[in-house]
Ligand binder design. Structure first.
Ligand code: SF4
Ligand code: SF4
Length: 150
């Protein structure tokens, strides 16, 4: 359930792969409107947007991460996916080096996965993946496979 509105954030539109639109990961969606004067930007096909967009929810909008750490402010976006480790929290950079620059936001997302006893899958902007499993003291490097938005 959505608890917060996205406001001016469009990080998922810039980051996720949307197969229906043939939009690759980490490219701006061609349907994104730029903000103009007093008008907000956002989705130009909002009422016709594909199911991948309708069903997507990041953990910030779900209200599970600090209010001041919206993805466009931290460069980090977290959302649940199904992976080879079961339900897992995918934590992805939306800007280069965000894991280093927004270390507290990363820690908060990791703590969310840990509290729920779920794996955390870290993805850097350049596509490097690391899985941190609930019971592992030292996270193994792993090739990640997920279902759902990437
Ligand atoms: S990343 Fe989250 S807060 Fe930002 S636009 Fe997408 S759903 Fe909304
Ligand atoms: S169709 Fe709209 S909601 Fe979906 S990625 Fe593009 S701009 Fe975002």
């Amino acid at each position: 359930m959505k608890h917060r509105s996205c406001g001016t954030c469009v990080e998922c539109c810039n980051t996720l792969a949307i197969p229906t639109l043939q939009k690759p990961r980490c490219t701006a969606c061609p349907h994104l409107k730029r903000p103009k004067k007093r008008k907000r930007g956002g989705c130009g096909i909002y009422h016709k947007r594909p199911d991948e967009c309708r069903s997507f929810q990041c953990e910030w909008t779900a209200g599970h991460l600090d209010r001041n750490r919206r993805p466009d402010k931290t460069g980090i976006m977290a959302y649940w996916v199904n992976s080879q480790f079961g339900e897992s929290l995918l934590i992805t950079e939306t800007r280069a080096n965000a894991f280093d620059k927004s270390a507290e936001a990363l820690e908060e997302a990791l703590a969310l996965a840990h509290r729920r006893g779920k794996a955390a899958l870290l993805a850097t902007l350049d596509g490097q993946g690391t899985a941190i499993l609930p019971d592992s003291a030292a996270p193994p490097e792993s090739t990640l496979s997920t279902e759902g938005p990437e």
